[in-house]
Write a protein that binds this ligand. Sequence first.
Ligand code: SAH
Length: 241
Amino acid sequence: MLYIVGLGPGSLDLMSPMAQEVLQKVDTIVGYTTYIKLVKDFIQDKEVINTGMKREIDRCEKAIELAQAGKEVAVISSGDAGIYGMAGLILELLSSQGSDLEVKVVPGITASIGGAALLGAPLMNDFCHISLSDLMTPWEMIEKRLHAAAQGDFVICLYNPKSKGRPKHLEKALKIIAGYKGEETIVGIAKDIGRPKEETIITTIKDLDDRLVDMTTTVIVGNRFTKVYNGMMYTPRGYKL
Ligand code: SAH
């Protein structure tokens, strides 16, 4: 059996009991080194296969091979494995191999959901996820989606907002969004959710200091009605009060 497990954003109390049960019972855990660290308490005498960030295909092929040989294997991703994680890649590989291997996807709390709870209730109305990483999606496509989401006034959760290879992506994305929603739109920044350096900042597109944003940050841009009260960010659902 091949399990694809979402670990949640970092801390054990945000990992589902189902994910913990699976990690306890499998023979082998496969994942990127940083995520293996998150589950170190479950490893004990298990086989661990960890490769660097860019080796996802090798890692998933290896996991499939081991599961086909009869082992109980868990492939792990942070957050939810089906949101910019390993679940889709495993299914793509199985489909290209014509394999009928049994797979179970175990859900996890994704960064936007973990971050939204820290910030208040920014996702109370329609929202979407956009990753600013152009490693696999061309930047033109990302820009097209930013325009469409901003024009529709969706609350927008930005994943992969910044890295060394793409220092300007967040700035460019916010400029596109501000063109539709305005520069006063509320933005919530959730850093290192569920980890020791967890931090949140509520600001506006205009005042956002993008030096505060890094690889383990999720940026939630409100819609035109999103407000701040008492240090919490919220998007009205539409109740008549
Ligand atoms: N599968 C993951 C997302 C992987 S993409 C999930 O469902 O959460 C990686 C991006 O997710 C990061 O660049 C960041 O934007 C976001 N992210 C992942 N973990 C985070 C955390 N603990 N705190 C804040 N953002 C996080």
